[in-house]
Design a protein around this ligand. Structure first.
Ligand SMILES: *[C@@H]1O[C@H](CO)[C@@H](O)[C@H](O)[C@H]1NC(C)=O
Ligand SMILES: *[C@@H]1O[C@H](CO)[C@@H](O)[C@H](O)[C@H]1NC(C)=O
Ligand SMILES: CC(=O)N[C@H]1CO[C@H](CO)[C@@H](O)[C@@H]1O
Length: 565
């Protein structure tokens, strides 16, 4: 069987002309490492199919726990997902529909997410911190048919859904012996039979997320069952995640990092995940959860690593669990922080590089037994082909800088309803990440800058253009430019400079109030500079980097009011 799988994979690979010793190695070691996968039919290439298999194979092992509340095995989780899926069918959800989900990190989110993709619908997880206007945009851009929330609900999300005539349902799991309750209660019709007639297809669009782009409009990224399956298998293979592993989820599940790397790669390996009781990360319960659930690893953004380190300095635990590795992704990790983490927690810290469009993982530093991990590098390409291209689409040599580009099965087919963005992103047959970098002679990728103008606030990407155009919607603002500034906690923070219209009384407080009312908190400029001119380049262009340097230099000389988040 293993040989058959190997042969079949080799044929698949050679027909794509990308045979490399590394891909062969991954596949061979897969068969050894995951003997159960060798029994997977070649036909399984959906995440739902993989989870179905896992529920049989690892039925009695822990799948998901909510600290102190629930402990569900893989078999139980599977049963809850199937029953919730039947309820979604009763509620009128059909294959191809988009279902928006806005939840804290709760077991209901996990069950409903998996139930939505089980019925061949598309899950669109939304940040619960969005404002009414943002929910209105995301619900309509995703063409959502239903909004699902927790029992507590989400006022702006529900108000936006009501305006768009999108029905709202809440989901609750009262206790481990019940099924998920959807409210308002759905018809009693038993849809278990219609569920068994629904077979998941690799091309089903399972996940729909948005990424910030270089325009004011966030870009919609559809990801298929196959994308999710490929990505989960890739992550499992890179970090050797097996049924013996366990992790605590610290990142929000509405981003690929928490969802794919933390949750789904674990569930798909028969491994266990624990969610904090509060539904969100808390430094004060993190290590007790890690210990209670015998965690073997965790993944986070540098901002969270920093918080965990600060906690270690202010109130260290008597002992830390022995971890196989700690993973860092979504923003660059300073080598000094990496060193401090390794020293404090005695585990290798592996930095990786990922994007929504690639269904998360693109490159990673290896586990110690596979090679050294290099501080300042995001590691070796994994899962898909990667190349450094120049402006003409020519592949660059070792050590030469250019744009990081990828292609492969794990990459989205293209942005939804955005031909222009799609055309630019897929030039020359490669997906363009917008990041500048080079690959060194050991094959490690180093990122050196960004082509796209994005502010990376602790892993949360913000389009400054989106914030500019929002600021310009204020009747008293003549010109506005949002820009990133260095920040100790988040790596980067957002500020803005504003030129008021002649004769207006606009001040910093009003700009700040306007932003707080209409923008999710992470996008609100933390400092507003009122000015009558903006620095321009020799050719008269406004460059955010120069604007940023100009106003940062002012802070030391002038008293500029600061607005907290
Ligand atoms: C963690 O490990 C201990 C000791 O092996 C075991 O008693 C306990 O049941 C484990 N906890 C979980 C949640 O697996
Ligand atoms: C995006 O561009 C790629 C490459 O040109 C193409 O294959 C794909 O169909 C496009 N997708 C959309 C949604 O336009
Ligand atoms: C894990 C996995 O399936 N990764 C795939 C990502 O895409 C490349 C290119 O198509 C495949 O070779 C990998 O196998």
């Amino acid at each position: 069987m293993c040989a058959f799988l190997l042969a079949a994979n080799l044929i698949l690979i050679s027909s794509r002309c990308i045979v490399s010793p590394r891909s062969v190695f991954i596949i061979i070691s897969d068969c050894i490492r995951f003997p159960f996968f060798s029994r997977l039919a070649m036909g399984i290439s959906t995440l739902t199919g993989l989870l179905d298999y896992v529920a049989g194979q690892f039925s009695d092992r822990g799948a998901i726990s909510v600290s102190g509340k629930f402990d569900l095995t893989h078999a139980k989780l599977h049963q809850l997902v199937d029953r919730a899926a039947a309820k979604l069918l009763s509620a009128g959800v059909s294959p191809g529909d988009v279902v928006a989900l806005t939840f804290p990190n709760t077991v209901e989110f996990v069950i409903m997410f998996l139930a939505v993709i089980r019925v061949r619908a598309t899950a669109a997880p939304l940040n619960a911190a969005y404002t009414f206007d943002e929910f209105e945009f995301y619900l309509s851009d995703s063409e959502s048919k239903i909004l699902l929330t927790s029992k507590e609900g989400n006022e702006p999300a529900q108000a936006a859904a009501a305006k768009l005539n999108i029905p709202h349902l809440s989901a609750t799991l009262p206790d481990a012996d019940s099924d998920v309750v959807l409210s308002p209660t759905q018809s009693e019709a038993d849809d278990t039979n219609s569920l068994s007639e629904l077979t998941n297809d690799p091309s089903d669009v399972a996940l729909f997320l948005h990424t910030s782009g270089t325009t004011s409009r966030p870009k919609g990224v559809p990801l298929t069952q196959q994308n999710l399956y490929s990505s989960v298998r890739n992550i499992q293979s890179v970090y050797k995640i097996t049924e013996s592993d366990s992790t605590v989820i610290v990142l929000p599940l509405f981003h690929v990092h928490g969802l794919l790397a933390g949750l789904l790669s674990s569930l798909g390996a028969g491994a266990a995940v624990a969610l904090p009781a509060s539904g969100r990360f808390s430094a004060s319960t993190f290590w007790s959860d890690m210990k209670m659930y015998n965690a073997t690893w965790y993944t986070a953004v540098p901002t969270i690593h920093q918080i965990i380190l600060d906690r270690h300095l202010s109130s260290p635990e008597p002992a830390y669990p022995k971890l196989r590795f700690i993973r860092s992704c979504s923003a660059s990790l300073a080598p000094a922080i990496m060193a401090r983490l390794e020293e404090a927690f005695g585990a290798p810290v592996l930095e990786a590089y990922a994007m929504t469009e690639a269904t998360h993982l693109m490159s990673s530093n290896p586990l110690p037994e596979e090679g050294p991990h290099k501080p300042g590098s995001v590691g070796k390409p994994v899962g898909q082909e990667m190349a450094i291209l120049n402006e003409n689409g020519e592949v660059q040599e070792t050590d030469a800088k250019g744009e990081v580009c990828i292609r492969g099965l794990n990459v989205t087919k293209g942005y939804k309803n955005n031909l222009e963005a799609n055309k630019t992103a897929f030039q020359f047959g490669w997906f363009h990440t917008g990041d500048l970098g080079f690959i060194d002679s050991d094959g490690y990728l180093h990122l050196v800058g960004r082509i796209k103008e994005l502010i990376n606030r602790g892993g949360e990407k913000i389009s400054p253009i989106e914030v500019d155009s929002f600021l310009l919607s204020h009747p008293d603002i003549a010109q506005a430019v949002a820009f990133g500034v260095p920040d100790d906690k988040y790596g980067e923070e957002i500020n803005c400079a504003v030129i008021p219209r002649d004769g207006s009384n606009l001040d910093e407080e009003e700009v700040s109030r306007f932003c707080k009312k209409n923008l999710a908190a992470f996008k609100v400029p933390k400092r507003v500079f009122m000015t009558d001119s903006l620095p321009k380049t020799a050719t008269g262009k406004i460059q955010r980097r120069i604007v940023s340097e100009h106003f940062l230099a002012q802070i030391s000389t002038a008293k500029v009011p600061k607005f907290g988040a």
